[in-house]
Design a protein around this ligand. Structure first.
Ligand code: TLP
Length: 342
């Protein structure tokens, strides 16, 4: 049974009534033949929102990132990414497993950035001893950095640096709409010179399944081949895409509510003994547990027993994520339960 107040992730969001209706009505066809009108509509909509030439519906954020890395790189190539990135930590480094692509790790700063000088130092010279540096991968918002967002200026600087050295830029934008809403920026500005972007429909935007990759026509044609070899050609996927269209047209602006609820949770946590919230940027709240009776896993279990789901990450750190379906009252109730426990 999922917890009554489920703050484990925004992946738990349920489709909205409008999504269910759109899914029921969706016109569909065989998408491997390029004949699903609803998938085609979603891919074109996503491309236009990001100011890119083309889009590709994929099964998940993990598949989207993998398809992009495989489409950018050859065997023996290197991808520069953050040591705390999702792609390095939570995707089984699929690009290495399946593509012979090596991650070259640089430290993530507290704000989720990679320092430009660290990126530059990680670019390998043309030398028979070294792999070929091909790609830089950024994450916006940054999951393990408390949902911190990257700015348009920073992203542009990384794109310029990468391109100056002949590398491409990929953005894992699983939560890029949170980044856009938090800084009142257009996603176009956050991804302008990126060569590929993956974003998720099935996180804060609440669609039941799917992510979308956007990039140039030529890049998306390669990515489409990679999706197929990974088993991601989905046939009548219009039922999924229909929910994705609702996600993009109706669910972006309301992310501000999730950010307000995350701030409310952190403010409440700051008043309680034995827990210390980290800075909150969007919809992800991390807090430290330093309490005589609770480790983070013990506090997670105590909350679970009272109907509140959070994720303990290590012995002293907990993550709580706000999303569609979590109301301000749920946050207040969570804080009341925590106060009684602590
Ligand atoms: N993140 C999930 C878990 O896998 C940890 C979560 O609950 O936050 N990029 C980023 C930044 C992500 O946070 C995630 C999912 C993905 C990619 C992968 O997306 P999916 O789960 O659709 O494969």
């Amino acid at each position: 049974m999922p917890p009554r107040i489920d703050l484990r992730s925004d992946t738990v969001t349920q489709p909205t009534p409008a999504m269910r209706e759109a899914m029921a009505r969706a016109r569909v066809g065989d998408d491997v033949f390029g004949e699903d009108p609803t998938v085609n509509e979603l891919e074109a909509l996503a491309a236009s929102i990001f100011g890119k030439e083309a889009g590709l519906l994929v099964t998940s954020g993990t598949q989207g990132n993998l398809v992009c890395l495989l489409a950018h790189c050859n065997r023996g190539d290197e991808v520069i990414m953050g040591h705390d990135s999702h792609t390095y930590n939570y995707e089984q480094v699929g690009s290495a497993v399946l593509g012979g692509i090596a991650p070259r790790i640089v430290p993530n700063q507290p704000d989720g950035t990679l320092r430009l000088e660290d990126i530059e130092a990680a670019i390998m010279p043309d030398n028979v001893h070294f792999g070929v540096s091909r790609l830089v991968s950024l994450e916006n918002t940054h999951n393990r950095r408390g949902g911190a967002f990257l700015t348009p200026d920073y992203t542009q600087a990384v794109a310029d640096l990468a391109h100056r050295h002949g590398l491409k830029l990929h953005i894992d934008g699983a939560r890029i709409f949170n980044a856009a809403v938090a800084q009142k920026a257009d996603v176009k500005a956050l991804t302008r010179d990126a060569d590929s972007v993956t974003f998720c429909l099935s996180k804060g935007l609440s669609a039941p399944v799917g992510s979308v990759v956007v990039g140039s026509e030529a890049f998306i044609a390669r990515a489409r081949r990679m999706r197929k070899v990974l088993g991601g050609g989905m046939r009548q996927a219009g039922v999924i895409a229909a929910a994705g269209i609702v996600a993009l047209t109706e669910m972006v602006d309301r992310l501000a509510e999730d950010h307000a609820n995350a701030r409310l949770l952190a403010e409440g946590l700051a008043r309680l003994p034995g827990v210390e919230p980290e800075p909150v940027h969007t919809n992800i709240v991390y807090f430290r547990v330093d309490h005589p009776r609770y480790t983070a896993p013990a506090l997670q279990d105590a909350l679970q027993a009272r109907g509140v789901g959070v994720l303990a990450l290590g012995p002293d750190r907990i993550r709580a994520v706000t999303h569609y379906g979590i109301e301000t009252g749920d946050i207040e109730e969570t804080l009341d339960i925590l106060e009684a426990l602590l």
